[in-house]
Structure formats: structure tokens, C-alpha cells
Design a binder for this molecule. Structure first.
Ligand code: PLP
Length: 378
């Protein structure tokens, strides 16, 4: 075999501009949360159609704060998809509430009004809905249902920067949305996250919660000519982002449209190359929106005759680093103590799907190489 390719599943797009921006932040002498974080918050919020952004250390901490904001605690049930990165369910346990797993739609991998309704109880207080791998959930339907039921809706938009629903950025109109800047996502700051809200009072509380409950930020205190005595209004957290990360984030934000355009073109390439392979169903845009294709997954159906794990192994042998599909939290040891209602679609997707390499270094030739292997295994 002469072809010795190495195709990673994801590579963050980081250039000299990010390196210079990080160096500038270091040289400025202000490396903790400061002016660059404030600018990144504003520009990110604008990009996703929200009034306010509150930068935090990760999407996991963003989700935690979103649940604290809603006052959730022991005895409260929060409906989440099991089919998600495990942080979605874990955040519920951080506040002492109980995650209740709901099933998802086979085509989008997302919660629907019906799957949520099926596990709703009198103790349900909130829903965390995930824009799965960048595929937007039906924002209009879920936001309306949550309102009708009197439930808080937290949107886990970890993967959704640059996705759209009903012609708007996926975060537009969300009461509370949580975002990730981990290198596996479309935009990265190394680690990092954001909470977006439209309500200024919620933003003030979030700013306090991420910074020890202080009524004035360390950056504002430092900028003031007069001594400022801070007060600690509640027991809170240190979930701050650094100015070094925000400097990188500001450069990344300028790349968002280009990165999403490129991902969508590569996704379309896979979709057309895969079209003639019976039994392989690539993820697609839903009718109401567009994915940023943060994850490009393929579901294996009959009559395709090779199992998912064998496909992954063969791809790996030929230098292609694919991944199992999105995980299901309820199948992990950490959740062995819960016995959810049956989740047949979740189990189907997590067992029979795989995520193909998609990033700025993937070429059309790489895509043909990958799909040729999949065709051989058909
Ligand atoms: C990646 C991811 C998270 C966690 O994001 P971090 O920034 O790594 O904490 C949460 N939810 C979903 C759906 C994710 O994909």
C-alpha cells in the first residue's frame, strides 16, 4: 500500500494572527479577564444575535451557571438528551438536580417536542436542548413548547457557532445559550466558553457568578482612579476566561464565516460522494435551518454490511482518524445508577454512526480516498 496518508478527524484553524494576538495580550501585562474579554463578549454576542455575552472558562461551566441562574437544585428534574457530550448531563448534577434523559430524532440527533413531552413530570423544571454537532434543533417549536409548559430552556450551543435556524444565527432569541471554544469546536480559544442572554439583569448576575460573587469585577476595580471596595454578594465560582484566550477568540471570530463556508462545502462534497453507497446516511440540514457541520456524521443502515467499529478500524489502518458517533451518557459508568425510559433512537445513533474528518486541511482528494474505503466495505 503506497498511500500513507494521515487524516485527523479535526484540526483547529490557528494562524500567525492568533499567535500575535496572544503575544500582544501577554506584552500588555494584563493577562487575566480584562478589556479583551469584554470586547470578545460583545463581538461574539453580536455574531450570534444576542444582546449580552458573558465569557467563561468552558461550555461546561457556562451550562453550570445557566442552571444556577435558574435556581435549580435537589428535587428538580432537568430534561437532557443522553445523546450528547457528557458535560450536558453532568451540569445538571453540579447543582444537585436530576438529569432525565429524553430520546432524539433520528435525522437530526436532536430533542423534539414529542421526546421531551414523553419524559416530562410534575418535577420537571428545565430543559437543556443541544444543537447536536452543529445541527440546529427546531428553535421555534422547542422555545414555544417550553414556554407553554412553563419550563426554562437552556440551549447547549457548544457546537453551534455559525449554524442557523429560521434564517437567523442559532442563538438568536435564546433565553440562555451556552457556547464552547474547545479545539474540537469551530472556534477555539484553547479552552473557553460563553453564556449569551438578551436580558441585562441576567448578564449582571452571570458576571457575578463567574467571579466569586463580586459586585465589581477585578478589571473595573483596577481601572478605577479611586479605591473601590468590592462586596461578595453570594457564594459563587471562579469561571473566568483570560485576556490571552479572548485575544485568540477575537481573531477566530473574524474567521467564522469563512470556516463555516468551507465546512459546508466539504459536507456537501461528502454528501454527494456518499450518495451511491446503499445504507450510508450522511447528516443533512434540517428543513428549518443550516448546520455548521461541526461534526459530520454518517449513520450505517442495512444493507451496508460492515459494522461501525470495523469501519473505524479499517479507516484507522489506512490513516484516517474517524470517530464513533456522538456518545450516549446513559450508557457510561458515571450514569449506571439511572434507569431511563427506553432510548432506542439514541442507542441506534451512538452504536451505528461515525464522524468523518472535516477541517480546513481536508481536500477533495482526501474525501474521495475516505469514501472509496467506505465503498469497499459496503
Ligand atoms: C464540547 C461540548 C460541551 C463541553 O464544552 P467544553 O467547552 O469542553 O466544556 C458541552 N456540550 C456539548 C454538546 C459539547 O459538544
Amino acid at each position: 500500500m503506497s498511500d500513507v496518508r494521515k487524516i485527523p478527524v479535526m484540526i483547529p484553524m490557528l494562524g500567525e494572527e492568533e499567535a500575535l494576538a496572544a503575544a500582544d495580550a501577554v506584552r500588555s501585562g494584563w493577562v487575566a479577564q480584562g478589556p479583551r474579554v469584554a470586547r470578545f463578549e460583545q463581538e461574539f454576542a453580536t455574531a450570534v444575535g444576542a444582546a449580552q455575552g458573558v465569557a467563561v472558562s468552558s461550555c461546561t461551566t457556562a451550562l453550570h451557571l445557566a442552571l444556577v441562574l435558574h435556581g435549580l437544585g435537589p428535587g428538580d428534574e432537568v430534561i437532557v438528551p443522553s445523546l450528547s457530550f457528557i458535560a450536558t448531563a453532568n451540569a445538571v448534577r453540579y447543582v444537585g438536580a436530576t438529569p432525565i434523559f429524553a430520546d432524539v430524532d433520528l435525522a437530526t440527533g436532536n430533542l423534539t417536542v414529542e421526546t421531551i413531552d414523553a419524559v416530562r413530570t410534575p418535577r420537571t423544571r428545565a430543559i437543556i436542548a443541544v444543537h447536536q454537532g452543529g445541527v440546529p434543533f427546531d428553535t421555534a417549536a422547542l422555545r414555544k413548547a417550553a414556554e407553554d409548559w412553563g419550563l426554562a430552556l437552556v440551549e447547549d450551543a457548544a457546537c453551534a457557532a455559525g449554524s442557523t435556524a429560521y434564517g437567523q444565527p442559532a442563538g438568536t432569541g435564546a433565553a440562555v445559550a451556552a457556547w464552547s471554544f474547545h479545539p474540537r469546536k469551530v472556534l477555539t480559544t484553547g479552552e473557553g466558553g460563553m453564556v449569551t442572554v438578551d436580558d441585562a439583569e441576567l448578564a449582571t448576575r452571570l458576571r457575578r457568578l463567574r467571579e466569586h460573587g463580586m459586585n465589581v469585577s477585578a478589571a473595573d476595580r483596577h481601572a478605577s482612579a479611586q479605591p473601590v471596595l468590592e462586596a461578595y454578594l453570594e457564594t459563587a465560582y471562579n469561571y473566568r476566561m483570560t485576556d490571552i484566550q479572548a485575544a485568540v477568540g477575537l481573531v477566530q471570530l473574524g474567521r467564522l464565516a469563512g470556516l463555516v463556508g468551507q465546512r459546508r462545502a466539504l459536507a456537501a462534497g461528502y454528501q454527494s460522494l456518499l450518495a451511491d453507497i446503499d445504507g450510508l446516511v450522511p447528516v443533512r440540514d434540517p428543513a428549518y435551518g443550516q448546520s455548521n457541520f461541526q461534526s459530520f456524521w454518517v449513520l450505517i443502515n442495512a444493507p451496508y454490511r460492515t459494522g461501525r467499529d470495523e469501519v473505524l478500524a479499517e479507516l484507522a489502518r489506512r490513516g484516517v482518524s474517524a470517530r464513533r458517533g456522538i456518545m450516549a451518557a446513559h450508557l457510561e459508568p458515571a450514569y449506571a445508577d439511572v434507569s431511563p425510559a427506553p432510548l432506542p433512537v439514541t442507542e441506534r445513533i451512538t452504536r451505528d454512526s461515525l464522524i468523518l474528518p472535516l477541517h480546513h486541511k481536508v481536500t477533495e482528494d482526501d474525501q474521495r480516498y475516505i469514501v472509496d474505503i467506505l465503498r469497499e466495505l459496503a
